[in-house]
Ligand binder design. Structure first.
Ligand code: FES
Ligand code: FES
Length: 384
């Protein structure tokens, strides 16, 4: 198996490591760096016990590849020993009896700190919503929420329009695509649309850029047949396609939840500018959850005769699934999907066998990721 050499910063210390492509960030932290304050509960992105901060944002380390943290700055609960806000939170958790066995506590504290930094002073209802991706099996949430609310009092939110993510010196701003600085090819940038900021309240988005060694006209040709899109993605099915309207189904596995979205959408293909856009929504009858989403893909001229594919996915969940919106689970999973997509795409281009992702795709937007993979495989077959 080929190994990955990575360099990152963990709790302010430079770290180099050699990891398998499948190594999870939590395993690197716990097994190799002995940072066992990061706890593992569900190991499928649901409980939040493994939450760490990656480049300033909370992230579930159990569903993050260690390889994706190359070049990143990671802070675990141990890295907050001298953090003034974390010290206040620790004291407040003790005062409010906000822990019993303590298993959930590292993840709770990391998430709590992020809530206060983003929102400043905030109330119990919002804290519960924000905290809904962190599960506690013994204490209950009253003490936890009280502690966070107390520490939040009098605090001012950070400027959410300020840059929040830096990747290799490139700054990515939340949501507003028009202000985004260029992101290097083969890197993904995830931003959760903060409430009240950005053009779409309550929406989250992810942008992925990918350089490929085929001319834009060939790439566009392969990425503009929507009917073949559905055929490429397990769990997705297009049942109707007429003009610019598409109707279909999407089976989703989100942790232990199995959801089947039925929905429809609208497709716009701008061949002149090589821009495609699919927007729509679906509903899961079982949970009553609804999902709205939009994916836009652009094929640009790349280096030499190659192309740059830029994909922007944005989404909003409501109903039972909405608890995962801000909690980061969906962002984490989509980020992982994006990484898997890039990895699979690169494998395909090299003529290597693709390792199927071990997690199921989410929502109709993943459908497009599947499309790109398949279409590139197809055109590669035709051009080699
Ligand atoms: Fe439960 Fe990672 S261990 S979310
Ligand atoms: Fe035991 Fe939260 S204190 S799981």
């Amino acid at each position: 198996m080929s190994m990955l050499s990575i360099s990152l910063t963990v709790n302010g210390r430079p770290v180099t490591a050699t990891v398998e492509p499948r190594t999870q960030l939590c395993d690197l932290l716990r097994e190799e760096l002995n940072l066992t304050g990061t706890h593992l509960g569900c190991e499928q992105g649901v409980c939040g016990a493994c939450t760490v901060v990656v480049d300033g944002k909370p992230q579930r380390s159990c569903i993050s590849y260690a390889g994706d943290s190359d070049g990143c700055s990671v802070t675990t609960i141990e890295g907050f020993d001298d953090d003034a806000l974390m010290e206040q939170l620790r004291d407040a958790f003790s005062r409010h009896h906000a822990l019993q066995c303590g298993f959930c506590t590292p993840g709770m504290l990391v998430t709590a700190r992020d809530i206060i930094l983003r929102l400043g002073e905030t109330g119990a209802a919002r804290i519960r919503e924000e905290l809904s991706g962190n599960l506690c099996r013994c204490t209950g949430y009253v003490g936890i929420v009280d502690a966070i609310e107390e520490v939040s009092r009098g605090r001012v939110a950070h400027d959410l329009r300020a840059p929040i993510v830096a990747i290799e010196g490139v700054v990515v701003r939340p949501v507003d695509a028009s202000t985004r600085a260029p992101v290097p090819a083969n890197h993904s940038a995830v931003s959760a649309a903060p409430s009240g900021a950005g053009p779409r309240k309550g929406w989250s988005s992810i942008e992925q850029r990918l350089a490929v060694g085929f001319p834009p006209e060939i790439v566009w040709d392969r990425l503009s047949d929507i009917r073949q899109v559905a055929a490429c993605l397990p769990g997705a099915e297009i049942t109707e396609l007429e003009d610019d309207r598409v109707r279909g189904r999407m089976n989703v596995a989100l942790g232990p939840m199995k959801i089947a979205f039925n929905g429809d959408g609208n497709v716009v293909l701008d061949a002149e500018n090589r821009v495609g856009r699919l927007s729509g929504g679906g509903r899961d009858a079982g949970s009553g959850s609804t999902a709205e989403g939009e994916v836009e893909w652009r094929v640009l001229s790349g280096e030499g005769a190659g192309s740059l594919i830029r994909v922007n996915l944005s989404w909003r969940l409501s109903g039972r699934l909405a608890q995962f919106n801000r909690a980061g689970l969906v962002q984490d999973v989509i980020q992982r999907l994006a990484s898997i997509f890039v990895s699979n795409l690169e494998s395909t281009l090299k003529g290597e066998v693709i390792n199927e992702p071990s997690i199921k795709p989410i929502g109709i937007w993943s459908l497009l990721l599947g499309v790109f993979r398949s279409r590139v495989a197809q055109w590669r077959g035709k051009n080699t």
